[in-house]
Design a protein around this ligand. Structure first.
Ligand code: HSE
Length: 322
């Protein structure tokens, strides 16, 4: 999208720098906000880029899923970077060296693919002196991922409300007045979003649509106004979670156990299989909820581990350019 006469800075590849990008894991839906709401959490994947003039793609990874990540030009981080570079009309960057340190569990509903897409876009954009805005990045990321509910919080941080209208995406990002802890039970099995969408009905009863619209609206209002007492109702969902319970053994029971231990709300994280309990900040309470969730999963022969996270407030950041 360079206009005629525009000159891109850093055209000399030898001047290109190392770019470090840090992207948070995310949770889509937040229960009642199916395909619209999302949040970013304090768990991060880090990416180090060195863009090259030569046509070579070298990718290395440590951490979550390191052995399964494509290490050639099919890699989604590079594909996303390539899309942005093509949209900018630059043909001077033809390759890349990428090293990633992945902490976000893969295929668990914590936005690992969104993190990869956003990293590729933001890293490449930094290489061309941030030619595009964050809203442009959101548009490209949504185009690649197919929906905005993970990429939006990965880009902007906080809680996000995203609306797609005629190929345009609008996102509001906000920080709640309530300090919420996110207690995530991470089962030891992956679940593909494709499979988790196949179990959903094509149409839903009007009463279920009303159920969700009212709760999602209440959730945003309660978070913004700091009205904690409404959260136990506001996270509830009738549009996707009831159909997905069969994919996550023990889901209903883990939800009940977390609530019994004091959670303010419980949701499937994105398309699952991670489950999230939201609680007030209190170490004893957080640990008790985490332990109950893991123990309850065990009763259904599901091994899991627990993460206790905060809401990320910044979204993706370019950490260092050296
Ligand atoms: N909103 C999507 C779903 C999230 O629930 O299918 C997928 O990451």
């Amino acid at each position: 999208m360079l206009k005629s006469g525009d000159v891109m800075e850093n055209e000399n590849p030898s001047a290109w720098k190392k770019i470090m990008v840090k992207v948070p894991g995310t949770s889509a839906n937040c229960g009642s906000g199916f395909d619209c709401l999302g949040l970013a959490a304090t768990i991060y994947n880090e990416f180090e880029f060195k863009f090259l003039e030569e046509k070579r793609v070298t990718i290395s990874a440590v951490g979550e899923g390191a052995d399964t990540i494509p290490n050639d030009e099919k890699n989604i981080v590079w594909q996303s970077a390539r899309l942005l570079l093509d949209r900018a009309g630059t043909d001077t960057i033809n390759g890349v060296e990428i090293h990633m340190n992945n902490r976000v569990p893969m295929s668990r509903g914590l936005g690992s693919s969104a993190a990869a897409i956003v990293a590729g876009l933001i890293g490449a954009n930094a290489a061309i002196d941030n030619y595009f805005t964050r809203n442009d990045i959101l548009k490209f990321a949504t185009e690649i991922e197919g929906h905005p509910d993970n990429v939006a919080p990965a880009i902007f941080g906080g809680f996000t409300v995203s609306v797609v209208e005629k190929n345009q995406v609008q996102t509001f990002s906000f920080l709640p007045k309530i300090k919420l802890k996110l207690i995530v039970a991470v089962p030891d099995f992956p679940l593909s979003t494709k499979v988790a969408r196949q179990v959903l009905p094509k149409t839903v009863p009007l009463k279920d649509a009303i159920f969700n619209i009212s709760r999602a609206s209440m959730l945003i209002a309660a978070l913004i106004e700091g009205k904690e007492k409404f959260l136990p109702i506001a996270f509830d969902d009738a549009l996707h979670q009831p159909y997905r319970t069969k994919l996550v053994p023990g889901m209903e029971e883990v939800f009940a156990a977390a609530k019994k231990s004091g959670a303010l709300g419980v949701t499937l994280s994105g398309a699952g299989p991670c489950l999230i309990a939201f609680s007030a900040a209190n170490k004893k309470l957080e640990n008790a909820i985490a332990s109950e969730m893991v123990q309850t999963f065990k009763k259904f022969d599901v091994q899991s581990s627990a993460l206790i996270l905060d809401l990320d407030t910044r979204g993706a950041v370019v950490e260092a350019v050296s």
